[in-house]
Write a protein that binds this ligand. Sequence first.
Ligand code: FAD
Length: 376
Amino acid sequence: MRKPKVVIVGAGPSGSACALALSMAGQAEVVLLDKSCYPRVKVCGSGLSPHALAMLSRLQLIPALSKIHGRIRAMTGIGPGGGKMRLSTGRDAWVVPRVELDQTIAQTAVAFGADFHEETKGLELLRDPDGTVRGLKTDRGDFEADLVVCADGSPSRFSIDDTPKTTIRTLMGWWRGTSFPEEEAIFVWDERLHGYYTWVFPETHGIFNIGLTIPETAPDAKRLKELFQDLLDRYFADGLVGAEQVGKWMGHPAVITNKIGTVAESRAIWVGESARLVSPGSVEGISFALESGMTAAFHIGRHFGQKRGFSPLAIRGYQALTGARMLPKFWAGEGFARAVASPALRGVGGGLLSGPLSTVIEKGVKHLLGNAGDVA
Ligand SMILES: Cc1cc2nc3c(=O)[nH]c(=O)nc-3n(C[C@H](O)[C@H](O)[C@H](O)COP(=O)(O)OP(=O)(O)OC[C@H]3O[C@@H](n4cnc5c(N)ncnc54)[C@H](O)[C@@H]3O)c2cc1C
C-alpha cells in the first residue's frame, strides 16, 4: 500500500519539525510548502529556551545549530516601578536568528526526503462535498492530499477555531556595535506594556535584537512606534550609543491562548501558532511550535488511517495530548503577566528589586527561559 500523502502548509518551526519528524520516520510522502523564498527573515526575538533546545535535540539538530547561536547566561530584569535585579539563568538559552533556524530545519527535512515547494501560497483547504479535506488549493495549482497539516502561523488563513482571539502586538529592530553585555538578556516590564515587556537579546555576529510585546487592548498599543522609541530612549540609550541600526523596525501579531481549540478534523491537523500555541506572558512560541509539529507527526504515524483519516477518538486524543503538554505552561505564563500588571506590584519603586515583585519576576524568568515546570 502507498504511504499517505501529507501536505504541510507553512515551513516555520512547526511545519518543518512536522515534515522532518515524518520524513525521519519514513511513514509518509511529505510535501512542505511555504509562500516565502528560503532562507527568509522572520520577525522574532529568536530566543530558544531550554525547552526549545530539548525539542531541537529530539530532532537531532543541535550539532548543526551549535555553530550559529548566540547564548544567554544571565539576565537583567527591570520591574514596572523601575527596580532592577540580575539573575544567572542556571541553564543556557540560545538565540539562533530565525533566518538560520527555519532554513536549517526545512533543509534537514528535505535531506530526509521531504519535497519542499517555496514561493507557493496556500489559498484554501480543498473539501469534498461532505466537507472532508482532500487537499490544498495554492497559487501554483492544487495539491491533492490524504492529510493537510496547517502550519501557517498567525493570523492563520486556515484556522477553524472561531473562539475570540487574544492578540499581542510586537515591534522590534536589530542593532550592531552596541555596548550591551555579551551573553546577557535584558527584560523590562514597563507598566505601559500591561504585564508584557521590552527585551534585548544577543544574536550572533555582534548583533542584538530589541523589541516590545504589548496586549493589543492596552492604550499604548495604538502608538506602537512612539512607545518603542520612548522605551529605547528610557532604558537602552546607553547601550545604543554609537550603534548602527540594521534594517527596519518590524512587527507581527502573536496569538496567545490558555486553552486548546479545534486543532484537528479527520483529514486536517493544526500545529504551532496556527493552533494559537504561544505562551501568554512570555510570548514564547518556538518550543511549542516544534513540540506540536513532532506531536502531530507522532499522532499521524500512530492514528492516521489512509482510508478513514483520523477517527473521532484520535481527533480528541490530539487535542488532549496538546493540552496536557502545553496548558500548564500557558497558565503559568498568564499568571505571571497578571501578577506583573497588578497595581499592588506595580507600585514597587526604583533601586534593587526586592519583596514580592522580585519573587514573581524570578519565577517569570524561569518561565521565560523554559523552566516553567518550576513555576507554581
Ligand atoms: C516579535 C516577536 C518575537 C518573538 N520572539 C520569540 C522568541 O524569542 N522566542 C520564542 O520562542 N518565540 C518568539 N515568538 C513567537 C514565535 O515567533 C512563533 O510562536 C513561532 O514562529 C511559531 O512558529 P510556527 O511555525 O507555528 O509559525 P511561523 O513561524 O509564523 O511560520 C509560519 C510559516 O507559514 C508561512 N505561511 C503563512 N501563510 C502561508 C500560506 N498561506 N501559504 C504558504 N505559507 C504560508 C509563512 O511564510 C511562515 O514561514 C515571537 C513572536 C513575535 C511576533
